[in-house]
Design a protein around this ligand. Structure first.
Ligand code: NAD
Ligand code: DAU
Length: 338
């Protein structure tokens, strides 16, 4: 299974995954299929566009004809689905695009996989499908009840259910992975960590939602990529694997660490109106993937955040190209309302 359709490979995790896989495996062929929404960025994969083991196709996962044609013409054997609308705040402003891509798009990929007879389908999902935890509640396990709270997480949960249904009803060989918050190079600056780094570089205020005491579990993106690849290669069909960093921290702690790393002081912190329905705490029990697939995170948070700040500092052009376009309008609208 070395001929793979990777969807959403011009986005943050997808781009990191494509690079990871080309480095990790010599004998692999990737078709990187991406609709190039505001979050897709060819600059993020410019270094691998000339690799003859990697072909970029501009296409939408909702376009079944193009998916079928791409799979058949490149004799692909499996799909790893990263393509999604991924930002919670945008899902609150406009949920339709989330249902269209995350639910209907995933369904189109499942239909093609089953019809063509692909050997494996891996759905890249999220810990957000489990909902929110109280301070003393146990971390999410794979059998924790699904209780999504935002339009984004509801759309991802719906897609997970469709993957499960395709396995159960049609015997499709599928795997679902559910990961906690990622950080690292090439992340779109609407997300907390690159937003914070970018604003700190530009001496702009850092908007911290509510009291800043929400807890997230941060994982360096390359560790996520390695977990996905292990689950794809060795995971048991029909199973779900949680992936986490074991790095729970409050948002305010996170912001202070980043400001220190950027050499800025805490006067940049600005407490603003909270995100509606904001999940208070995520924590993930990743003992299953550790036990069954021998995966653990390799990058600790201190090293990961240092590498990340350094990367954005050395790639200011990448950041400036993004923050001067559509994002500038989005950011201004978003924060003038808070
Ligand atoms: P991202 O927004 O950076 O990238 C998404 C990519 O999908 C973009 O390149 C975009 O152009 C593409 N895309 C969107 N709609 C498409 C469509 N209809 N057809 C084809 N391509 C389309 O997202 P990300 O942060 O890299 O997340 C990737 C996946 O991982 C998502 O499924 C997300 O739910 C999941 N995930 C993300 C995190 C995280 O912390 N970022 C954690 C766990 C899971
Ligand atoms: O847990 C996995 C999920 O992590 C993924 O499924 C999503 O695709 C990804 O976007 C991420 O979701 P979050 O909502 O947790 O990430 P975000 O970077 O938007 O926010 C992280 C935390 O920081 C969250 O508690 C909200 C808060 N925040 C965010 C922004 C953008 C702020 O306080 N201020 C901000 O400006």
């Amino acid at each position: 299974m070395k001929r793979i359709l990777v969807t959403g490979g011009a986005g943050f995790i997808g781009a990191n995954f494509v690079k990871f896989l080309l480095k990790e495996e010599t004998d692999v062929f990737i078709v990187n299929y991406d609709a190039m929404t505001y979050a897709g960025n060819l600059e993020s994969i410019s270094d691998v566009l000339t690799d003859d083991r990697h072909v970029f196709v501009h296409g939408d996962i909702r376009d079944s004809v193009k998916i079928d044609e791409t799979i058949k013409s490149h004799r692909l054997e499996a799909i790893i689905n990263f393509a999604a609308e991924s930002h919670v705040d945008r899902s609150i402003e406009g949920p339709e695009a989330f249902i269209d891509t995350n639910v209907n798009g995933t369904l189109k990929l499942l239909i093609s996989s089953q019809k063509i007879g692909l050997k494996r389908f891996l759905q890249v999902s999220t810990d957000e499908v489990y909902g929110s935890l109280l301070p003393d509640e146990e971390a999410f396990r794979e059998d924790t009840q699904i209780k999504p709270n935002s339009p984004y997480s509801a759309s991802k949960a719906a897609a997970d259910h469709l993957v499960r249904a395709y396995h159960h009803t049609f015997g499709l060989d599928s795997i679902t992975t559910r990961c906690s918050n990622n950080y690292g190079p090439y992340q779109f600056p609407e997300k907390m960590i690159p937003l914070c780094i970018n604003n700190a570089f530009n001496n702009k205020k850092i908007p911290v939602y509510g009291d800043g005491m929400q807890i997230r579990d941060w994982l360096y993106v390359e560790d996520h990529c390695r977990a996905i690849w292990l689950a794809f290669k060795n995971g048991k069909t029909g199973e779900t694997y949680n992936i986490g960093g074991g790095n729970q921290m409050t948002n305010i702690e996170l912001v202070k660490i980043i400001l220190k790393e950027c050499g800025k002081d805490e006067s940049l912190i600005d407490f603003v109106k909270d995100r509606p329905g904001h999940d208070r705490r995520y924590a993930i029990d990743f003992s299953k993937i550790k036990r069954e697939l021998a995966w653990s995170p390799l990058c600790n948070f201190d090293a990961g955040i240092r590498k990340t700040v350094k990367w954005y500092c050395e790639n200011r052009k990448w950041l400036d190209n993004l923050t001067s376009g559509e994002y500038k309008k989005y950011y201004e609208k978003m924060y003038s309302g808070r």
